[in-house]
Design a protein around this ligand. Structure first.
Ligand SMILES: Nc1ncnc2c1ncn2[C@@H]1O[C@H](COP(=O)(O)OP(=O)(O)OP(=O)(O)O)[C@@H](O)[C@H]1O
Length: 241
């Protein structure tokens, strides 16, 4: 059996009386990119928020590295190896690049944190060049790199990215996807939520498509075409149960 870093089963989740996700399953394995697609409002962000624990699961289970974390507080899930780069550039703009990275490792000891920041600079040399600059002065693509680098400081096994390409120029999106591939090749289990269907499929190992909170496709990337996904967005694809 393939080793799973993240296993979500029968997940039901939403906000108060509003149920958004119904019976959702997702898994992520080391060295693989699981791409999550779906039209606006399909429930992609809700899925990531429930996996982190910011939104409470109403039913179902979430396992991280073999441990049931369904009722574990968010900060402990993070310590157990989960990271989320939220949609939008979640860097502290008035802090320097290095201060942002240090925040990513605030629960580490001083030495470990310093070592982790060095790893971040090796991964993203441009951040080393700008280590003392305020994050606000970075380009949009560099801010997204910083957000990813910050999430990687504790060396999570599972890295989830919510629409990292949003607002970035196509050439920067290419660079970003190359980075995501590198992280996959380092052995991270990556969960990538994207609006850019073609680009996302080009890096995917496994593809999950949500439609109104249901999983309508969960297949290896080789079995899914852009047309399959677009048909679902247009409401003519696989029927929900
Ligand atoms: N904090 C919230 N409170 C109440 N309803 C919410 C909240 N966040 C999202 N929703 C609703 O949950 C549903 C799914 O939203 P979600 O953001 O998960 O979709 P999405 O697939 O990520 O869409 P998008 O691509 O537009 O971000 C939508 O109907 C949305 O209005």
């Amino acid at each position: 059996m393939t080793e799973l870093y993240l296993r979500v089963e029968n997940l039901v989740s939403g906000y108060g009386d509003l149920t958004v996700l119904r019976d959702v399953a997702l898994s992520a394995s080391p060295g693989k990119i699981t791409v999550v697609l779906g039209a606006n409002g399909a429930g992609k962000t809700t899925l990531l928020s429930t996996i982190t624990g910011v939104v409470k699961a109403q039913a179902g289970t979430i396992e991280l590295l073999g441990q049931d974390v369904t009722r574990t507080p968010t900060h402990l899930r993070v310590r157990q190896g989960l990271a989320l780069v939220q949609e939008g550039k979640r860097v502290f703009r008035q802090r320097t690049v290095e201060e942002n990275l240090a925040l990513g490792g605030r629960h580490l000891g001083r030495r470990d944190r310093a070592a982790a920041i060095e790893v971040a600079y090796r991964r993203f040399p441009v951040l080393k060049d700008k280590s003392r600059q305020k994050a606000a002065l970075l380009s949009g693509g560099q801010q997204q790199m910083l957000a990813i680098a910050q999430a990687l400081v504790p060396e999570p096994e599972v890295l989830m990215l919510d629409e990292p390409s949003a607002g970035l120029a196509p050439v920067i999106v290419k660079e970003l996807l190359a980075t995501v591939r590198t992280l996959r090749d380092e052995g991270k289990a990556v969960v990538l939520v994207e609006q850019l269907v073609g680009e996302a499929l080009s890096v995917a190992d496994q593809v999950l498509v949500l439609n109104r909170g249901h999983v309508v496709i969960d297949e290896p990337a080789s079995a899914v075409t852009e047309d399959d996904v677009r048909a679902i967005y247009l409401g003519v694809g696989a029927m929900t149960t």
